[in-house]
Design a protein around this ligand. Structure first.
Ligand SMILES: CC(C)(COP(=O)(O)OP(=O)(O)OC[C@H]1O[C@@H](n2cnc3c(N)ncnc32)[C@H](O)[C@@H]1OP(=O)(O)O)[C@@H](O)C(=O)NCCC(=O)NCCS
Length: 340
C-alpha cells in the first residue's frame, strides 16, 4: 500500500450479501423455548432468523458476500487495496479478514478485522473512507459479517430470539472530491455503559504451578439488559442523526432512505418518527433476518439495491448502534457500478 498525493471522495459502488440456508421461524423457537410468534413479532418485528450450519463459517459467508460485491462492481479482485472485515465473531481470534482476502482473490490487498459489535459496519465505513480519502487505497472491500448464533444461550428467551447470522459487503472506491458519496459522519463510544450488552471472557484458570495460573480462553454467552439498550437506542440514534443532518445542512425531507441497524422494528419506528420521516422511507428486513449485528446495514442495503428501491444518486441516512456502547451515523449517496 502506497500513499497517493491527493485527497479524494468516496464512491459507494456495489453491494453483496450472503446468508445461511437454514431459516428458523419464531414458531420453531417455541418448540424448545417458552415464547411465541406473537410475543416476538409484536415486541421486535422479527419473524425468522438464519442460523449458520456446517460449511457456513463466518469466513465463508463473508467471502461469499465480498465476492458478490466485487462481481457487481466489475472489479478484478487483485485490484482491491484493502479488505476490511467488521465482525465480533471471527472464526479466528487473530482475525478472519486475511482468510477472506485469500478466498476472494484480493491478492494485492492488506486485510484486517475491525470490532465494534453492531456499529461495526458503520465504523468500518468511516475507517475505509479515511484510507480512500488520503490516497492510501483506491479500492476497498468492506464486509460486515457476524455469526452470533454460536455465542447465544439458546435457552435464554430474552436474548436468543433477537439475533441471526449473515454477511453483507460494499465495494468502495476513491473518486474526485466533487463526486463524494460520504457526505458526513459522526461516531461515538461510551464504555461506562458497556455492562448493558456484553459477550465477556469466561471465568476459569488452570493452575500450572502454585502462583502460575493463566486464564483459560473462551467467552460466556451474550448478556443484555434489553430495556437499557432500548432506551439508549431511541435516545442516541435520533440525536446523532439530527446532529449529522444539521452539520451537513441537510433537511430530513431530503433523505430518500433511512437505513438503520436492524435491531428492533420499534426502534426503527421511533427513530423515523423523531426525524419526521414516513414509514415508506424506512428500510427494514427484520422480519426475515433479525439482528445480524455488523451485517444488518450492508445486508439491508444490498436487498434494497437489488430490488431497485435504492437507486443511483439517492441519499441514505444510516445509523448503527450496539455494544460498547457504540453508535454513529453516516450520510451517504449511492452511486452504483460505473456503466460502460
Ligand atoms: C428485548 C426486548 C424486546 C424485551 O422487551 P420488553 O418489553 O423490554 O420485555 P421485558 O424484558 O420487560 O420482559 C417482559 C416479560 O416478557 C418476558 N419475555 C422476555 N423474552 C421473551 C420471549 N422471547 N418470549 C416471551 N416472553 C419473553 C420476560 O421474561 C418478562 O416476563 P415477566 O414480566 O413475567 O418477568 C426489548 O427490551 C428490546 O428490544 N430491547 C432492545 C434490544 C436490542 O435491540 N438489542 C440489540 C441492540 S444492538
Amino acid at each position: 500500500m502506497t500513499l497517493a498525493a491527493f485527497p479524494a471522495g468516496v464512491s459507494l459502488v456495489a453491494s453483496g450479501a450472503a446468508t445461511p440456508a437454514c431459516s428458523v421461524s419464531n414458531d420453531q423457537l417455541s418448540l424448545w423455548l417458552d415464547t411465541s410468534d406473537d410475543w416476538i413479532r409484536s415486541r421486535t418485528g422479527i419473524g425468522a432468523r438464519r442460523i449458520a450450519g456446517p460449511g457456513e463459517s463466518l469466513t465463508a459467508l463473508a467471502a461469499a458476500a465480498g465476492r458478490q460485491a466485487l462481481e457487481r462492481a466489475g472489479w478484478d479482485p487483485a485490484s482491491v487495496d484493502l479488505v476490511l472485515l467488521a465482525t465480533s465473531t471471527p472464526d479466528d481470534l487473530f482475525g478472519s479478514a486475511p482468510q477472506v482476502q485469500a478466498l476472494v482473490g484480493a491478492t494485492g490487498a492488506v486485510a484486517f478485522d475491525l470490532t465494534a459489535a453492531c456499529s461495526g459496519f458503520l465504523f468500518g465505513l468511516v475507517t475505509a473512507s479515511q484510507y480512500l480519502r488520503c490516497g492510501a487505497a483506491q479500492r476497498v472491500l468492506l464486509i460486515g459479517a457476524d455469526q452470533l448464533s454460536r455465542w447465544l444461550d439458546w435457552q435464554d428467551r430474552s436474548t436468543c430470539v433477537l439475533f441471526g447470522d449473515g454477511a453483507g459487503a460494499l465495494a468502495l472506491e476513491a473518486c474526485p472530491a466533487i463526486e463524494d458519496g460520504l457526505l458526513g459522519f459522526r461516531l461515538a463510544s461510551d464504555g461506562r455503559r458497556s455492562d448493558c450488552l456484553r459477550l465477556p471472557q469466561r471465568d476459569g484458570r488452570q493452575e500450572l504451578q502454585p502462583g502460575i495460573s493463566p486464564q483459560e480462553g473462551g467467552f460466556s454467552p451474550l448478556q443484555m439488559n434489553g430495556q437499557e439498550v432500548y432506551k439508549f437506542a431511541v435516545r442516541e440514534v435520533p440525536a446523532v442523526l439530527k446532529a449529522l443532518l444539521a452539520e451537513t445542512g441537510t433537511e430530513a425531507a431530503a433523505i430518500d432512505w433511512l437505513l438503520l441497524h436492524q435491531a428492533n422494528q420499534r426502534i426503527l419506528d421511533a427513530v423515523a418518527e423523531r426525524l419526521g420521516l414516513p414509514a415508506e422511507r424506512v428500510l427494514s428486513n427484520l422480519a426475515a433476518y433479525g439482528n445480524t449485528s455488523a451485517a444488518t446495514i450492508p445486508l439491508m442495503l444490498h436487498e434494497a439495491v437489488s430490488d431497485g428501491r435504492v437507486r443511483p444518486g439517492q441519499l441514505i441516512a444510516s445509523s448503527g448502534f450496539g455494544a460498547g456502547l457504540s453508535w454513529g451515523a453516516a450520510l451517504m449517496r449511492w452511486r452504483g457500478p460505473a456503466t460502460a
